[in-house]
Write a protein that binds this ligand. Structure first.
Ligand SMILES: [Zn+2]
Length: 351
């Protein structure tokens, strides 16, 4: 078992190993074997050594990016190919990573007033072309890493902005709340990455809660796979249903909560429950989700009372409290209703 924050959960790779073609199986097997060798040390993000190549800046609100090419090897960070302010490289993976890191930074700074991962201008390092047909993206505690996918099931992982936002949010959550990556606190950790990943996308596209697709990884699957993305926050459990990948296993209600040893206690599975609570609250509040539910969830994430081993219900109570504090009793009721519709009770009564 690994607690590395990787995007593609192990149960999907196991399905490909069991049912894929020879090429698909070998890509999935080497990705799985590699992910097992990685250990992510819990704790606040560690400044990457590669940040040294970026000019120092003391000004808040200034993104510092560098994108590296791992050139098909599994050594990090790889060759620096596009530093902050440099022109597009012409390599789509490099330029997508650069733009997505910029869009994610911009979302956190403009909407939430947060200066990068640690709120102190943490340099954003991304490595692309990691490994051969590598079927994953991950945050390793100091930088983001993106594989190319096998081209048959998964396309390159820089294609979906929300995937980049998701990985960056893992850094934010670690820096802010240190949520333990197992069981309910792990699923809450995963859900927060989906929430701020999807909000980054909605913010860039200018989509209201009604216009948004609420999908995570919508641009990752190739047309051969029967599915619309990796996860649906609106309707967990419906993102894909495919002979190779199987059916999306996410529950949309506490009564379907999955008890499993796999996937750190189902962190990518049970995250469907808080994901849907967020979606329901955002839809009911209306308008741009980052101006309403997004701020409430961010307040709860930054609340020092949030335990490292939070339950869904403890997190939910904080959101109800912050909804009232930041907005009014009406918003608090809406948020409470969102949680209650997925079976998470917030004993704190909204008036
Ligand atoms: Zn994740």
């Amino acid at each position: 078992m690994t607690d590395l924050r990787s995007f593609i959960p192990p149960y999907i790779l196991h399905r490909i190993v069991a049912h894929g073609s020879e090429h698909q199986r070998s890509s999935a097997m080497s990705t799985l074997a590699h992910v097992r060798t990685l250990r992510h040390t819990p704790g606040p993000p560690v400044r990457p050594a590669a940040a040294a190549i970026l000019p120092a800046t003391s000004k808040r609100g200034q993104v510092q990016r560098s994108v590296h090419d791992a050139q098909g090897k599994m050594l990090l960070p790889g060759m620096p190919v596009r530093l902050e302010g440099q022109a597009p490289s012409g390599d789509p993976a490099v330029d997508e990573a650069y733009d997505a890191l910029g869009a994610s930074y911009d979302f956190f700074w403009t909407v939430l007033g947060r200066d990068s991962i640690d709120d102190k201008g943490f340099a954003l390092i991304g490595s692309v072309h990691y490994g051969q047909d590598y079927e994953n993206a991950f945050w390793n505690g100091s930088q983001m890493v993106f594989g190319d996918g096998d081209g048959e099931i998964f396309q390159r992982f820089t294609r979906s902005l929300d995937v980049v936002g998701h990985e960056l949010t893992h850094g934010v959550v670690e820096s802010e709340a240190g949520l333990v990556y197992a069981d309910q606190s792990g699923a809450m950790n995963e859900s927060l990455s989906d929430v701020f990943g999807v909000l980054t996308k909605q913010y860039l596209l200018g989509h209201t809660a009604d216009q948004a697709d609420w999908l995570i990884g919508a641009d990752l699957l190739t047309p051969r796979i029967k599915g619309v993305g990796l996860r649906s926050m609106a309707h967990p459990g419906t993102a894909y249903d495919d002979p190779l990948l199987g059916k999306d296993p996410q529950p949309d209600h506490m009564r379907k909560f999955v008890i499993t040893q796999e996937d750190n206690g189902g962190v990518h599975i049970n995250s469907g429950i808080p994901n849907r609570a967020f979606y329901l609250a955002a839809k009911a509040l209306g308008g741009f989700a980052w101006e309403t539910a997004g701020l409430i969830w961010y307040d709860a994430l930054c609340d020092k009372r949030l335990s490292h081993e939070t339950s869904f219900s403890a997190f939910a109570k904080l959101t109800v409290e912050h909804a009232r504090r930041r907005f009014s009793a009406n918003e608090a009721r809406v948020v409470q209703r969102g949680w209650s519709q997925v079976g998470v009770e917030t004993t704190q009564e909204a008036p």
